[in-house]
Write a protein of this length. Structure first.
Length: 258
């Protein structure tokens, strides 16, 4: 991998950074420069997890991606920089229980500590890694997170909402073979019931908040301010460039259910 090209893509000069400081800087830079997006699954395109294809999409063509792409690529880059990091299959909480194994995170071990990395979650994702320590409340961007033992999973990443912590992402202690990611990616990108084939979703962290898109509805969140919602024109090409830096053509939002 051309690591310098990746660093240029995320706007990071790693000189003088090492260990946890470098990991945190990489994570924040990736989250604020490469958007979460599902345009390929939505339009029925194949999503490859091969390293050269990920580099071409995320760096050369300056696109974004979703968890299997983004976290897979982040893991490859971190390994090249010498980090002890591995992917882990995960589950998203679906209101009453954790869903299927359709998410990927990374676990990085630095200086005797383990950090959870996730640059591919989207809307409520954390902009910097979380220390894997039960009960520790960790502010990250607009949100506060903690890690706790889970129900049906070994560990649950929880988010503070309306004064109460609720489950967000769950994962097991056992290592994940690469086939887990391939199967999860295939379902997410190809199965007709996948949510990624029904709506257009984009999200990117900013220095003071987050910008999210659901079809033609844009939400801008900033620290200390009420969310701003913008109704976009149905042809999204200009908006995807303006808000997410995506150079795409012919993207029309599906009609929203009002």
């Amino acid at each position: 991998m051309d690591i310098k090209a990746y660093m240029d893509r995320i706007g990071l000069d790693p000189a003088g950074l090492e260990g946890a400081e470098l990991l945190f800087a990489m994570h924040r830079a990736h989250a604020t420069h490469i958007p979460f997006e599902n345009l390929d699954p939505f339009f029925g395109r194949t999503v490859s997890l091969e390293p050269e294809d990920l580099f071409d999409k995320l760096v050369t063509r300056r696109r974004g991606g979703y968890c299997f792409e983004m976290n897979g690529f982040f893991c490859l880059a971190a390994r090249q920089l010498g980090f002890d990091i591995e992917g882990r299959i995960a589950r998203i909480f679906r209101g009453t229980a954790f869903g299927a194994q359709l998410h990927r995170i990374n676990l990085a071990r630095v200086g005797g500590e383990t950090y959870i990395c996730d640059v591919g979650f989207g809307g409520d994702g954390f902009v910097e890694p979380l220390l894997l320590e039960f009960g520790l409340e960790q502010p990250r961007g607009l949100e506060v997170y903690r890690v706790m033992p889970g129900v049906g999973v070994d560990k649950s990443i929880q988010i503070l909402r309306d004064g109460k912590f609720t489950d967000l992402i769950g994962f097991m202690d056992a290592p994940s073979p690469d086939e887990d990611f391939e199967v999860g990616n295939f379902f997410t990108s190809q199965h007709p019931t996948s949510g990624f084939k029904k709506v257009i979703m984009c999200a990117i962290a900013t220095e003071d908040g987050r910008i999210s898109l659901m079809n033609d509805r844009l939400t801008i969140r900033r620290a200390g301010a009420e969310p701003e919602q913008i109704q976009l024109p149905p042809v999204l090409d200009g908006s995807l460039k303006q808000y997410f830096g995506l150079e795409v053509k012919g993207v029309t939002a599906p009609r929203q259910v009002r």
